[in-house]
Design a binder for this molecule. Structure first.
Ligand code: IMP
Ligand code: MG
Length: 173
């Protein structure tokens, strides 16, 4: 297996800073909850919140399962729920990648129905619009990419390569 650099660590950090500033502007002084969907988004999430200037945000985590290897199973399950009350609050849901849209649309429905926040915006580092199966778009997008499987910076290949500091294509040999 060979890794081909697709987005360098430097380019990622530039984009993270841009996104942080856009989200800061959107939130202003209001209290908000930054939510990460585990595990893929943790690295992006931790860089993003540290690049933000707002000192009025809290953080929470949820976890979903939908993938087996590199294929979407079609079903999405919440395997870890939020730990805080977000009712009536502004929420920014942070995810590594928007692919088919099945994961985020399931989470959006779940959060809105069960947790009833005032508003939910979606922030993704990567967007693969070519592979969408449901109508969904993110409010804050880092990079729009081709319909290819990528790894690194949180994204996994059979649970490995999440700690790669850049984003790469996997070339099977
Ligand atoms: P969706 O439900 O198809 O939009 O997929 C979202 C989830 O699939 C993400 O949270 C990722 O964990 C995973 N995923 C989608 N595309 C890739 C990829 O290219 N590399 C690694 N994981 C991916
Ligand atoms: Mg994953």
């Amino acid at each position: 297996m060979k890794l081909q650099t697709y987005i360098s660590a430097g380019k990622i950090q530039e984009k993270v800073a841009e996104l942080a500033s856009v989200i800061d502007n959107y939130l202003g002084d209001s209290e908000a909850v930054m939510i990460a969907n585990l595990k893929g988004s943790v690295i992006f999430f931790s860089d993003l919140i540290r690049a933000m200037k707002s000192r009025n945000i809290t953080t929470d985590f949820l976890s979903t399962e939908s993938y087996a290897g590199t294929e979407h199973t079609g079903t999405v399950k919440i395997t870890r729920d939020l730990s805080m009350d977000i009712a009536g609050k502004k929420v920014v849901l942070v995810e590594d990648i928007l692919d088919t849209g099945l994961t985020l649309s399931h989470i959006m429905r779940y959060i809105r129905d069960i947790h009833q926040p005032a508003d939910v915006k979606i922030c993704v580092l990567l967007d693969k619009p070519a592979n969408r199966k449901v109508e969904l778009s993110a409010d804050f997008v880092g990079f729009t990419i081709k319909n290819e499987f990528v790894v690194g910076y949180g994204l996994d290949y059979y649970e490995k390569l999440r700690n790669l500091p850049y984003i790469a294509w996997v070339e099977e040999e």
